[in-house]
Design a protein around this ligand. Structure first.
Ligand code: HEC
Length: 156
């Protein structure tokens, strides 16, 4: 009886460890004929992240426009919705499907938006803003080269 419960504990601890690993590190991924890693989401989650992506692109464009047209003061308001505030609305179920590396780059991209806002509020020049945005956009290109999103509904 005692041994059975030891055994059960080991199985339980193992199972919890596996779930923890899947949740934090691995995410829900597949590899296919493409080099990029496919992150499998529901169609609704995919639509949500792609919507967020278009927002990031619009924000980057608006920041460039402001920085090159002597309007740095407008940048804190432009970037705010795509700073870390955007992450707060993401569901835990979806976050669990994102590999850790992707989540880290994603959070860094949102943090970069907040950082641009803070720089602008402290009176940075347009050129400094552009240089910082150019650096931050390597997060966009690195992540795009590594991952793609696939809706599970599209898989069968
Ligand atoms: C953490 C990873 C990651 C980061 C960081 C990231 N993206 Fe994406 N983005 C993706 C993935 C994955 C896709 C889907 C690509 C695919 O499925 O082929 C995507 C798609 C897009 C799309 C297409 C949206 C659509 O409607 O199809 C745009 C635009 C985009 N990203 C812009 C950006 C911009 C701009 C940045 C940086 C400010 C950025 N992304 C940062 C992962 C990322």
């Amino acid at each position: 009886m005692k041994y059975a419960s030891y055994f059960l504990n080991i199985v339980l601890i193992g199972a919890l460890g596996y779930v923890g690993y899947k949740f934090v590190y691995d995410g829900n991924v597949a590899t296919g004929s493409e080099d990029r890693i496919a992150v499998i989401l529901t169609a609704a989650e995919k639509a949500e992240v792609l919507g967020e992506m278009r927002g990031l692109l619009e924000t980057s464009q608006a920041v460039l426009l402001a920085a090159t047209s002597d309007d740095v003061a407008s940048i804190p308001d432009i970037v705010r919705p795509y700073g870390m505030i955007a992450v707060e609305n993401e569901s835990i179920t979806m976050a669990a499907k994102l590999p850790l590396e992707l989540k880290t780059m994603g959070y860094d991209a949102h943090r970069a938006m907040d950082a641009l806002g803070a720089m602008a509020a402290e009176g940075a020049s347009g050129d400094d803003i552009i240089a910082t945005l150019a650096g931050a956009m390597s997060l966009c290109t690195t992540c795009h080269a590594t991952y793609r999103f696939v809706a599970e509904e599209e898989m069968n």
